[in-house]
Design a protein around this ligand. Sequence first.
Ligand code: ADP
Length: 272
Amino acid sequence: MEFHEVSFGYGQDKPVVDQISLNILQGQWVTLVGSNGSGKSTLVKLTNALLPKSAGSIKVNGIELQSNTIGEIRRNVGMVFQNPDNQFIGTTVEDDIVFGLESQCFPVDIMEQRIQTYAAKLGITDLLHKHPSELSGGQKQRVAIVSILSMEPEIVIFDEASSMLDEKTRNDLTVILSDMHQSGKYTILSITHDAEEIAASERVLVLHEGKLIADSTPIELFRDDHMLEMCHLTAPFAFRLKSELHKQGVEIPIPSSEEELIEGLWPLLSNK
Ligand code: ADP
């Protein structure tokens, strides 16, 4: 995805997305962070023309976004939103998934095969004949993801898809994103406030008042207290502990997992 000096405003006021230029490479897993109102949701909605950009240019898979390419680009960009309740149309989970596939005119055998494949991947096979109202929030979000993945888009955008989920289900979603990333089939752009999800991604974009103010890695972000404060984010536990120890003059390597954290701490604890 290529954004070149892209701007958008809802009214006469100053732009909500202000001259953003950035490239996201195929296969990357990118998180988009920033305080509420910084323009994240607006920016991703410009990608497939859910909102019309007012200036600049956007290319997806090398195709310039304009009125005659919107359909083609939308087929390549799937979006999962915050509230799964707003994403249901069908009376059963399966109907709901079929609805999206039918809108793209897939043959019946392909539809059936894809539903089975992605439902199994996301662990919802047993739910296919249930009414959406019978599902928990986490199950609904899995169904929403299956609906999108079964259309096999190359780019998947998550707009705070984990924010209404409990911690366990949020962690499950991070695992799903990791699996998608490792499959090498998807480019992922995810708006999130979840520190563990940010830590698992490979690149972080920071928006502030409609401007792109940082393009870095999760580790760089978690080292930057000022940036964390601006984004209203808290670093994962392991990073916070490392930073507190650093202030006390105790150095441990940056852990990438809880196991590594314990390994790093163990010699210090056993010395005392
Ligand atoms: P974020 O996703 O970072 O929370 P948004 O893109 O949702 O930010 O919003 C950016 C700004 O645009 C906010 O000031 C918000 O109030 C405003 N905004 C969002 N949606 C609309 C809308 N439909 N009409 C007018 N203003 C909007």
